[in-house]
Design a protein around this ligand. Structure first.
Ligand code: NDP
Length: 315
């Protein structure tokens, strides 16, 4: 049989939720082991300036902030490792988690902080200008385009909410909707359509994001009229949904129809006792670094109580 290692508290994921859980768990002497996953630092490593995380009065670059989180967790004694959880067996106690398809970890408690990934259109130019005017988070990056013209693609509640947010900062928000109608709730649609500086383009597909080193315009195609239009904008926001990284837990943890893990409201508890979830994998609503960090703290505190009760019962 492959290698097996026993740990007390295992954390999967290395965004603000995972690292905060590690800081708290380490300070509570739970000897946490954290596996970082495919993208150490998570979604913040693909952003630039972060100005809305309290405690950084001059702002901070997203990747640097995640290095700070990691170092703080390490200083508290968390064991941070490169590696990816590839299988979970929650039918046994301790739980068993396979890492990199080659070794198994046995864990008394498990904290899931695997995050979510923004969906992208898949254009080469979108990727090239990511972080240079292309963003998947208006709340994070809208501020940098104060008074400018920007575009947003998407037609769900998130796109509407972000378009409204941008409309308060930017001179004009060009909103690109691929069909002749929006998926968003009627109330959100009405708000968007009644906002004078949001201009909605129906049946419109983004063909290209243009600009040498930063975004300067976009090219769109109207499917009805077959007309191509170039719109000068300084930023291009993609709001076409997120995918929670929860595949590993299919059939094990309760999730909603989009794959977000379901936790008991006000806690980080999942339907399996001893498995806790925090951060974006269980939050489709707020999705902020600070809310993820807060929920990571909750997961560590819930884990501490769970492990305390387990030890008490064993004596
Ligand atoms: P949704 O999946 O609801 O919407 C995604 C939108 O992106 C759709 O309009 C879809 O178009 C569009 N889209 C997808 N792919 C492309 C593409 N390649 N090109 C152009 N457009 C594309 O995601 P959301 O993030 O908006 O919302 C996720 C969930 O969270 C929903 O249940 C939503 O209601 C909820 N939510 C609720 C909020 C609230 O109540 N305040 C706030 C934010 C989210 P199409 O319609 O054509 O498929």
């Amino acid at each position: 049989m492959a290698d097996v290692e026993k740990v007390h508290c295992l954390i999967i994921g290395s965004g603000p939720a995972g690292y905060t859980a590690a800081i708290y768990a380490a300070r509570a002497n739970l000897k946490p082991v954290l596996y970082q996953g495919l993208q150490p630092g998570g979604q913040l490593t693909i952003t630039t300036d972060v100005e809305n995380y309290p405690g950084y009065p001059n702002g901070i670059m997203g990747p640097q902030m995640m290095i700070d989180f990691e170092q703080q967790a390490q200083r508290m004694g968390a064991d941070i490792r490169w590696g990816m959880a590839t299988k979970v067996d929650a039918s046994v106690r301790p739980f068993r988690v396979e890492i990199d398809e080659e070794k198994w970890i046995e864990a008394d408690a498990l904290i899931v902080a695997t995050g979510a990934s923004a969906k992208w259109l898949g254009l080469e130019s979108e990727q090239r200008l990511n972080g240079h005017g292309v963003s998947a988070c208006a709340v994070c990056d809208g501020f940098f385009f104060k008074g400018q013209e920007v575009a947003i693609v998407g037609a769900g509640d998130t796109a509407c909410e972000e378009a409204l947010y941008l409309s308060k900062l930017c001179s004009t928000v060009h909103m690109l909707v691929r069909r002749g109608e929006m998926r968003a709730s009627k109330v959100m649609q009405a708000r968007v359509l009644n906002t004078p500086n949001i201009k909605v383009y129906w049946n419109s597909e983004t063909k290209e994001v243009m600009g040498e080193h930063k975004v300067d315009s976009i090219k769109i195609l109207n499917h009805e009229t077959k007309e191509e239009t170039v719109i000068p904008v300084k930023a291009f926001f993609v709001a076409i949904g997120h995918t929670p990284n929860s595949n590993l837990f299919k059939g094990i943890l309760d999730m909603d129809d989009q794959g977000y893990l379901i936790t008991v409201p006000g806690t980080s508890k999942t339907n399996v006792e001893g498995i806790f979830a925090c951060g974006d994998v269980q939050d489709k609503n707020y999705r902020q670094a600070v809310t993820a960090a807060g929920s990571g703290c909750m997961a560590a505190l819930d884990t501490e109580r769970y492990l305390g009760a387990l030890e008490h019962a064993a004596h």
